[in-house]
Design a protein around this ligand. Structure first.
Ligand code: AMP
Length: 274
């Protein structure tokens, strides 16, 4: 991969990179399309990164379909797909992790303590091997995007970070590889996450700005969904990810909810009137 990147760069091409964990869906494809608007040589990586899963999480169960993924990447215009295996990523004696000070200590980082150091470590390694000019990440994983923008700045990666909006199913559920875990009933019930974000967005647009009341109503709605268990629902400053008391300026509503055993995340910006 590194030799390929050197060759592409020596030809004066602009290398754009979309890292994924595979089991691709329209969300991933949209990032590839956005990538190709920013460069002319698209590289996609497919790597289910063990370093970002906790011991009780779904590393082994994570859905995989390499053949289908490679066909989708080809169709989307990828020039190369990088598919390292875990033993080459993390060889014998590997012991380094990239740790960020504060952005991981909110939202998903609280219940998944190894997630963001696993992400920053693997993305650092991928950046060093794929050597992209541009890298594209989804707003669906808003905290990940914030962490990686910060890391790129702090560690002087000469890489432009571009983001893509969340692609949704017709009924609003954010597309996710993990949606494949849901039963038909759970899948139907899972639309409550998006509905809840939408409803809160409307309330804020009408001038209900106090986050305590908004969150209480949101939590009641989610708690009423069969098989749903709230990990977190917060309204935060989109830069610091710190909770806000009132939505005086645009704020991010973010949530993680278990539907059965499947942990789903979603988020939406809330805009006060005017
Ligand atoms: P994953 O394979 O889930 O690790 O995601 C790889 C990239 O795709 C990340 O940058 C995600 O934020 C992005 N992504 C995942 N789901 C969506 C979606 N529904 N819409 C847009 N981007 C997404």
């Amino acid at each position: 991969m590194a030799a390929h990147a050197d060759l592409v760069r020596s030809q004066g091409k602009t290398l754009v990179f979309v890292p994924t964990m595979g089991f691709l869906h329209e969300g991933h494809i949209s990032l590839m399309e956005i990538g190709l608007a920013h460069g002319n040589h698209l590289v996609v990586s497919i790597f289910v990164n063990p370093a970002q899963f906790g011991p009780t999480e779904d590393l082994d169960a994570y859905p995989r379909d390499m053949e289908r993924d490679l066909a989708l990447c080809k169709k989307a215009g990828a020039a190369a797909v990088y598919t390292p295996d875990a033993s080459s990523m993390y060889g014998p004696g590997f012991e380094t992790r990239v740790i960020q000070e504060s952005l991981p200590n909110h939202l998903c980082g609280l219940s998944r303590p190894r997630l963001f150091s696993g992400v920053t470590t693997v993305v650092t390694k991928l950046f060093n091997t794929v050597k992209p000019h541009v890298a594209v990440f989804g707003e669906k994983d808003f905290q990940q995007l914030a962490v990686l923008k910060r890391m790129t700045l702090d560690l002087d990666f000469d890489i432009k970070i571009v983001s893509g909006p969340t692609v949704r199913e017709q009924d609003g559920l954010a597309k996710s590889s993990r949606n494949s875990y849901l039963s038909a009933t759970q899948r139907k019930n899972a639309t409550a996450l998006y509905q809840c974000l939408e409803e809160t967005g409307k309330k804020v647009a009408k001038g209900q700005l106090d986050t305590q009341g908004l969150l209480q109503e949101a939590k009641e709605k989610i708690a009423a969904v069969p098989e749903a268990a709230i990990d977190y629902i917060n309204i935060v400053d989109p830069n610091s990810l710190v909770d806000v008391a009132r939505v005086e300026k645009p704020a991010l509503m973010a949530m993680a909810v278990f539907v059965g055993k499947t942990r789903l995340i979603d988020n939406m910006m809330l805009y006060p009137p005017g």
